[in-house]
Ligand binder design. Structure first.
Ligand code: LLP
Length: 436
């Protein structure tokens, strides 16, 4: 007997088939209910309330393993900013990944998770004195320096032998949204390769007796589609390594591997990346007569995005020039549509039937608080219905705010039929605690 047969049916099975590639592994339909990690969405909504961010543990672990299997010689560093949560960091530690943190706050979560300091890398275009001190105190293995000021500050604070990498802007356009394209010139991240600032940073680090240069880093952007963008970055970075004049043992090509958000979108070609980038590295290094550095990658979204599903309750349906379906969350739990024009698929849980195009909007006091435009939902959609939005595992909990003093939703991990919060729902007491 299958799991779907064992679970209680919620009525006729008119729900459309699950869109391939978008939902967590093992998601299934039981009757018209949606079953996530063995737990029906209706039960999750009843037990934990809505909005509720559901995270499928086995999907997260499976993606982490895929990265390690595709790149067995590389260090795979989970970008902790994509889903800051001690329990998720613990899963990553167990799967043998390293962790990238970009602030003392993310480092505090890593410490709470018991993440080994020897596998933590600290990033950020601005690291305050507190960030740097926290990193040094905890003994994080590598700090990626991002400005001349920081090299001086870190040099003065660090004890002998602190390992550093230099963040380089390689001038590679990853063809992604401008707000998350970080490899091109004329922006705040890194030292420009083209202007010579990156080479100058190498000399400055060498001039700090307490620092030891172990690698170069670049991160060309997020939601990067093409392996060719990474090949180009690898070529340019090896060129820089060759002109450094000092040994550079590590090359970190950052994260950015695209995740599919809409039906029909493909996943990033991870095995193509592994094959082609490794080939590029070996060729370029042979050509320039430098040893092949150890490769590092820093995936965030590609590991957690498709493991997440957000459940919302419909609060009102308004008919006008179009149909607005208003839910109990919005830009406070998902600002990505307003920030990056991100688009999402939406599914009604518990019923199927003929559909009509609707616009799903949030509860916040802004016309731009739109979660999904022009998505098909059953024509009789009404208040009380439960909606599920897939691909909400990355940068949702991370970007959530209390706008309009709406409390942030929990993150509920599901696995083998068991659900448990790994981030609890924010309460009004939490909000009030900050006001003296
Ligand atoms: N490494 C560095 C240095 C980064 O800055 C980032 C992301 C990553 C790795 C991971 O990138 P990923 O594999 O997750 O694409 N809030 C935006 C995304 C911002 C990405 C910031 N840096 C969004 O919701 O699309």
């Amino acid at each position: 007997m299958t799991l779907a047969e064992l679970l209680p049916s919620t009525g006729c099975s008119t729900a459309p088939a699950l869109e391939p590639g978008l939902w967590p592994d093992g998601t299934l339909l039981a009757g018209s209910d949606l079953v996530l990690g063995g737990v029906p969405a209706t039960r999750l909504a009843a037990q934990f309330g809505t909005p509720c961010q559901v995270l499928d543990e086995l999907s997260v672990r499976a993606r982490a393993r895929e990265f390690r299997a595709a790149l067995p010689d590389a260090e795979v560093v989970f970008a902790g900013k994509s889903l800051p949560c001690p329990e998720v960091y613990r899963w990553m530690a167990q799967e043998g990944l390293s962790l990238d943190v970009s602030s003392a706050g993310e480092l505090a979560l890593a410490r709470a998770a018991g993440f080994p300091a020897s596998r933590i890398v600290m990033h950020g275009n601005v690291k305050t004195a507190e960030d740097l001190k926290a990193a040094l105190q905890h003994g994080v293995s590598r700090i990626v320096v991002d400005s001349v000021d920081e090299i001086g500050q870190l040099g003065a604070l660090a004890r002998h032998g602190q390992e550093v990498m230099i963040r380089v802007t390689p001038g590679v356009d990853a063809h992604t949204h401008a707000a998350i394209a970080t490899g091109v010139e004329d922006q705040k991240f890194g030292f420009s390769l083209a202007s010579g600032a990156a080479l100058d940073a190498v000399l400055r680090v060498a001039g700090q007796p307490s620092l030891r240069l172990v690698g170069l880093h670049c991160h060309i952007g997020s939601q990067v589609r093409h392996v060719a963008s990474y090949e180009e970055a690898a070529r340019r970075m090896v060129g820089l390594i060759a002109s450094c004049g000092v040994p550079v043992g590590q090359l970190d090509l950052g994260g950015g591997f695209r995740a599919p958000y809409l039906p029909g979108e493909s996943s990033f070609d991870l095995f193509g990346f592994a094959h082609r980038v490794r080939g590029t590295l070996h060729r370029e290094c042979a050509l320039r007569r430098v040893p092949v550095p150890r490769l590092l990658v820093e995936p965030g979204r590609a590991i957690v995005a498709n493991a997440g599903v957000t459940l919302y309750r419909v609060c009102a349906v308004k008919e006008g020039t179009r149909t607005f379906v208003a839910v109990d969350g919005g830009m406070s739990d998902n600002p990505r549509p307003s920030l990056y024009g991100a688009r999402y698929a939406v599914r009604l849980v518990g019923r199927g039937g003929p559909t009509k195009p609707v616009t799903v909007v949030g509860r916040h006091c802004e016309a731009g608080d739109v979660l999904a435009e022009n998505v098909p939902l059953p024509a009789d959609v009404h208040a009380g219905d439960l909606l599920a939005v897939p691909v909400t595992g990355a940068y949702h909990h991370a970007l959530a705010s209390n706008y309009n003093q709406v409390c942030r939703p929990p993150v509920v991990a599901v696995r083998d039929g068991v659900a448990r919060p790994v981030v609890r729902r924010e309460t009004e007491e939490d909000l009030l605690r900050r006001y003296p």
